[in-house]
Design a protein around this ligand. Structure first.
Ligand code: FES
Length: 83
């Protein structure tokens, strides 16, 4: 049953319910999905959590290279691992 403050996002096409205020990078982690893949195909996710390292880049609503560590989720947000 959804909690009052829960919102639903999609991570790589799979619906995921998160608490309002959850960052997009945290949603990736909750879904056990990397934010992006390196040029050699290695999974990458956030390191610094404060917008400096760019390791958390992902595709957000079709826009590539969005840093997800400082981005709060909103209802209906579509998150995709960037390749
Ligand atoms: S985790 Fe470093 S910029 Fe997002």
């Amino acid at each position: 049953m959804p909690t009052p403050d829960a919102i639903t996002v999609a991570v790589n096409g799979q619906p995921l319910q998160v608490a309002r205020g959850t960052t997009a990078a945290a949603a990736f982690a909750l879904a056990s999905a990397p934010c992006r893949l390196s040029t050699t195909g290695d999974p990458r996710s956030g390191v610094c959590g404060m917008g400096i390292c760019f390791e958390c880049r992902a595709i957000v609503d079709g826009v590539r290279h969005v840093r997800t560590c400082q981005l709060p989720c909103y209802d209906g947000m579509k998150l995709e691992t960037q390749q």
